[in-house]
Ligand binder design. Structure first.
Ligand code: APR
Length: 248
């Protein structure tokens, strides 16, 4: 029964994507779990082990060295080993086949780009760049730059910050307005691996739904979206479900 049920749902999802003139993926930490990057919440979640305060702007500016030590350990030392998984590659392939237009990601791990997705909106910024907290000069990540913490600007010697959104910071433009535009024009959203708990990112699929967008959701368990806006819930791992959708 279960396998027939999932087969029917996969066929429904494939039908929706086939008939869609603009499809957008909206991904969260769950899409990178099978690349070895732990999620923030749920079982083995990062926030169950470490207090997220180190990613609060006030804490970062007050204790830059302590904050940077954790940032480096969590987002650089561990990310460096992470490679795109079959879900990232399947999304890129869906794009190459003309069935996916844009990926909006809450993730900062750059794995969608590494897998070949061309149009990626990084709603929370990226770990791949550092930016000077004073003069705004941008830097690509290098071992040397991260060898002394906190890293300093060669221009003005001020502290550098990762170019991703800290708690208390606004969503960067143009990511914010481009995401709101996707919520306006997309026929289908494919939500992958997100709890739907963190504002304002979590509003994007809701705005899309209110605009008549059909919602396909892939998750290993229910999220805040499942019983509220999801039309087709594909319960399972991102890699497994995305490889099935690739049979489109
Ligand atoms: N396949 C699919 N979904 C998965 C998998 C998997 N293999 N593993 C975990 N998940 C799901 C979990 O069930 C959960 O719904 O991924 C989600 C991970 O939830 P979070 O860790 O809360 O990630 P996310 O929703 O992206 O968090 C949003 O919170 O801390 C901030 O900025 C951070 O971008 C992050 C934001």
């Amino acid at each position: 029964m279960e396998s027939q049920n999932i087969k029917d749902k996969l066929n429904q999802a494939i039908e929706l994507i086939r008939n869609s003139s603009h499809t957008t993926a909206f991904t969260g930490a769950g899409v990178s779990v099978e690349s070895g990057i732990p999620p923030f919440r749920g079982e083995n979640g990062l926030w169950s082990k470490i207090d997220p305060v180190f990613l609060d702007t006030l804490y970062f500016y007050k204790y830059p060295e302590k904050s940077w030590r954790l940032i480096k350990e969590i987002f650089y030392d561990s990310f460096r080993k992470a490679k795109p998984n079959d879900a990232h590659y399947a999304l890129a392939e869906l794009g190459n086949k003309g069935f996916l237009d844009v990926v909006i990601t809450q993730n900062i791990d750059n794995l969608h780009q590494q897998a070949g997705s061309k149009k990626v909106i990084e709603f929370h910024g990226t770990s791949q760049r550092l930016v000077c907290t004073n003069c705004g000069r941008q830097y690509g990540i290098t071992e040397e730059l991260l060898s002394i913490l906190p890293p300093k600007c060669i221009n003005c010697s001020s502290i550098l910050k990762p170019d991703f959104v800290f708690f208390g910071e606004p969503i960067p433009e143009p990511a914010r307005s481009h995401s709101l535009n996707e919520a306006k024009i997309a026929d289908v959203f494919i939500l992958i691996g997100t709890t739907g708990e963190v504002q304002p990112a979590s509003m994007i699929p809701i705005i899309a739904k209110n605009n008549g967008t059909r919602i396909i959701e892939i998750n290993i368990e229910d999220s805040k979206y499942t019983d509220s806006i999801t039309d087709v819930f594909l319960k399972g791992k991102a890699t497994e479900m995305m490889l099935n959708l690739l049979k489109i």
